[in-house]
Design a protein around this ligand. Structure first.
Ligand code: F6R
Length: 366
């Protein structure tokens, strides 16, 4: 049932090109310049009148929410807040009738996310779910929603759920941008076309597997690891660090690259691997200077770069090359080598990749 792979996690990582297609099938019509999602169409007014979008989720789903914050604000100009469901539910949050709450959950059973949804409903907000498991508690509790259609995710570490959540959220943002006119027609069409070919690029990104394995062999015994990214790739840094800690038990932290100098830079020495997400699009020059800061303190640099990159190659100890895409869609690509890297490190350390210690696939208790 692992389809020839050693672990469910690896199988699920490799499924991403096809499940992203499943996610957008029948919804994304690049040729016609259309996005059709029933849950969004039926509630379009609610979305368009939203004064604010509040995203609630936990763990990896929360990271997808952070990516969505950047995408929604850029595409639709609707203010977005992203909250850990566990914090939101207990802090007497301000929820207005004109808020749209988006709850993201792979399992659809996470207790804290469920409680956040109930609270939002009690306060009159419209609640939209992004779930993977069809018929799950959260999918039933929300007013409307969109499934990710990623298929069953067995590995405890979330992989394909993350990229398909981002795909769904990107489509929603694009649909709203079209209605609001917040993206120019040409930019809107360019995103549709780019999203349509993303599965091909994810497939290409999977070719980094050997490289990830090679790097894993070098760093598998590191006690700590730092992940840095900026903009759309800051949440990817958080997700990369979470993946590493949960399956390999190596302490890892994700940071916005520029925050490094406000503290974490003190950790850097020749034993500290620093994984930097540095694609060509986005804040490239800024991230190059961040890499220089690490290098001058003898940190070991593993950089995820766009194919053909020359500047970072000069500075980094190891590079992982990925195909080029737009800044906003890059998390769908940059996250792939980080999943593979964590996977190989965990395997080399003899860890139980699919069922890491102390973790459960759905967290139905708070
Ligand atoms: C990380 C992981 C967890 C879940 C979190 C939320 O790999 O699996 O952090 O992402 O427990 O779960 P869902 O999305 O089912 O609500």
């Amino acid at each position: 049932e692992k389809g020839g792979y050693d672990h469910f996690m690896l199988k699920e990582i490799y499924e991403q090109p096809s499940v992203i297609k499943d996610t957008y099938r029948g919804r994304l019509h690049a040729n016609e310049g259309l996005i059709q999602m029933a849950g969004v169409e039926d509630n379009l007014e609610k979305f368009l009148n939203a004064e604010r979008i509040i995203i609630v989720a936990c763990g990896t789903s929360w990271h997808a929410g952070l990516v969505a914050e950047y995408i929604f604000e850029e595409f639709t100009r609707i203010p977005v807040e992203v909250e850990y469901a566990s914090e939101f539910r207990y802090r007497n949050p301000i929820i207005n009738r004109n808020d749209v709450v988006i709850a993201i959950s792979q399992s659809g059973e996470t207790a804290d996310t469920m409680a956040a949804i109930k609270l939002a409903k009690e306060n009159g907000a419209f609640v939209f779910g992004v779930c993977n498991v069809v018929g799950s508690s959260i999918s039933r509790e929300t007013h409307a929603g969109a499934y990710t259609h990623a298929g069953p995710e067995i590995g405890v570490a979330s992989t394909k759920a993350f990229t398909t959540q981002i795909t769904v959220l990107t489509m929603i943002a694009l649909r709203l941008a079209k209605a609001k006119g917040t993206l120019s027609t040409s930019v809107f069409h360019a995103y549709l076309n780019e999203l349509e070919i993303i599965p091909e690029k994810v497939k290409e990104a999977l070719e980094t597997n050997e490289k990830a394995k090679e790097i894993a062999a070098v760093f598998k015994d590191a006690p700590n690891c730092l992940y840095l990214g900026r903009g759309y790739n800051f949440p990817v840094a958080l997700e990369g660090a979470l993946k590493l800690k949960e399956i390999s038990y190596i302490h890892a932290e994700g940071y916005p690259a520029a925050e490094m100098k406000h503290g974490p830079i003190a950790l850097i020495d020749e034993l500290m691997p620093v994984i930097v997400i540095a694609p060509k699009q986005g804040h490239y020059d800024k991230i190059v200077s961040n890499i220089q800061e690490i290098k001058s303190r003898s940190g070991k640099i593993i950089a995820v770069v766009t194919k053909g990159d020359t500047q970072v190659r000069e500075l980094a100890d190891y590079i992982i090359e990925i195909p080029e895409t737009s800044d906003a869609l890059s998390p769908l690509i940059t996250t792939i080598p980080l999943q593979l890297l964590s996977y190989h490190i965990a395997v080399m350390r003899g860890c139980n990749v699919d069922q890491p210690r102390n973790l459960a696939k759905s967290v139905t208790v708070e």
